[in-house]
Design a protein around this ligand. Sequence first.
Ligand SMILES: Nc1nc2c(ncn2[C@@H]2O[C@H](COP(=O)(O)OP(=O)(O)OP(=O)(O)O)[C@@H](O)[C@H]2O)c(=O)[nH]1
Ligand SMILES: [Mg+2]
Length: 252
Amino acid sequence: MAEGGERGAPISHVEGALVIVPTYNERQNVARLVESVLAQDPRLEVLVVDDASPDGTGELLDEIVARDDRVHVIHWAGKMGLGTAYLAGFRWALDRDYAYVFEMDADFSHDPAHLPKFLEAIQHADLVLGSRYRDGKVTVVNWPISRLILSYSANLYARAVTGLPLFDSTGGFKCFRREVLSSIDLSAVRSNGYAFQIEMSFRAWKRGFRIVEIPIVFTDRTEGESKMSRRIVREAIWMVWQLRWWAVRGAL
Ligand SMILES: Nc1nc2c(ncn2[C@@H]2O[C@H](COP(=O)(O)OP(=O)(O)OP(=O)(O)O)[C@@H](O)[C@H]2O)c(=O)[nH]1
Ligand SMILES: [Mg+2]
């Protein structure tokens, strides 16, 4: 293999991209999802962060990892939440030489076929967000109207309180340049549910990074169960005020 760069890093790693997928009880989805992600681009690898899923997702992942060196896994001992999973994944990625780091759900709400569009867009941005509400268009399939109203209003509310100029700040399909993650103090990130998505984008925006939203079609899960809870919504409601306060104090 060709060697490049002054530090002699293999060229294939210079553009390496890691897709972090948090899982809790995704046995019916995770094997197909991983396979589909890897098929999109030879630069892509996957890191699944599993919270000791009672349905055996973790054991299934160990089998996949044993036969495919583009797949990696972190096992937590119990249910730690989405934010904790992503922060562990970010640190794992930063300890290695990935240029781009993705967030993606395991339940096929995020279509792996969109991944090449993210890789294109990140060439001219620091953070690329998959947006369900870009330019006033709603690209969500199969959600009950109540869920859509909740999500859409949450986005209007988050924008009004924080000033973050995004159509969709609560979505979890995104791609960071590694420089964005290494410049954010990950140990200061507080939120764990949907607010985690807002907080990461807010911190990137406050640091002046270029954020681009690309349209995605978001489809409700057909397999497995939802982990959406009132607690996650409550956290987002107060967390946006916390972010605004930190920004005013220059504490970000
Ligand atoms: N590691 C870890 N992953 C989680 C946790 N909660 C949710 N996830 C995963 O995070 C992703 C998003 O969670 P979902 O349950 O799909 O949340 P959602 O998309 O808002 O809701 P539904 O699609 O309606 O279920 C999925 O891949 C979940 O398996 C958690 O506590 N720990
Ligand atoms: Mg989902």
